[in-house]
Design a protein around this ligand. Sequence first.
Ligand SMILES: [Zn+2]
Length: 253
Amino acid sequence: MDIREIKAIDSHLHFEHFPKYDNEMQVSDQETIWKVARAANVDKLFISVLEAVENTEVVESENDYLWNLSQELDYLYQWVVIDPRNENTFLQAKRMLGNGKCVGIKLHPKGHNYTLAEFGDKIFSFASDFGAIVQIHPEDSATWILPYADKYPDVTFIVAHMCSWLGRAYADAIEQAKHGNVWTDTSGMASFYNQGIEYVVNRVGADKILYGSDGYAAGFQRGRIEYAQISDEDKAKILRYNAEKLFAKTLGK
Ligand SMILES: [Zn+2]
């Protein structure tokens, strides 16, 4: 198997809907993001719009925008963003989950300035009704998700940004989840640590790790996985096959 030939699925990234172009090195409009992804042999992008995770004012309009765009662009799939203080975002999620090209719910407590202690039960009891997959930006070391993962077995929790905070907590959370419903993704810079991916794979295997770039140099992140000191089979799972399995319902349409 030649790992370089595997078309990867980028499960976690953002683009700017209204690019400011104030720093030409950090351009992240939709076309640039797709160009960078294609160069790294990525064929599917699971997106939430950057503005929607940073600004609670535009969550609704960006959810609608991305829903429409995902109908137009083959490669583009959508995370629907929920702000737990905005009931309309629950209604949007209700409409979108399990339909079209919506892969699940995106939560960014930090960007939206709330905590799971306040809103976790409200969000996850809703997600549970749909058996939803939830991608969440961690508020703390990854094991902070365990009380919710154990309470809501029908929800799949992807704790993003593997190896960040207390890095080994990602392996702890995957290992300790009573229902095996905690996953992670490689997005972010912490997975660049020399033994980050290796540590997690050695502890808990590769079956619950997804490739994600967060929209930063997809090829750089892909290279980290291609040259990791793990088996080719595990690399292939992380780059593509785990996502194919987890999101089979949506991808199969
Ligand atoms: Zn993100």
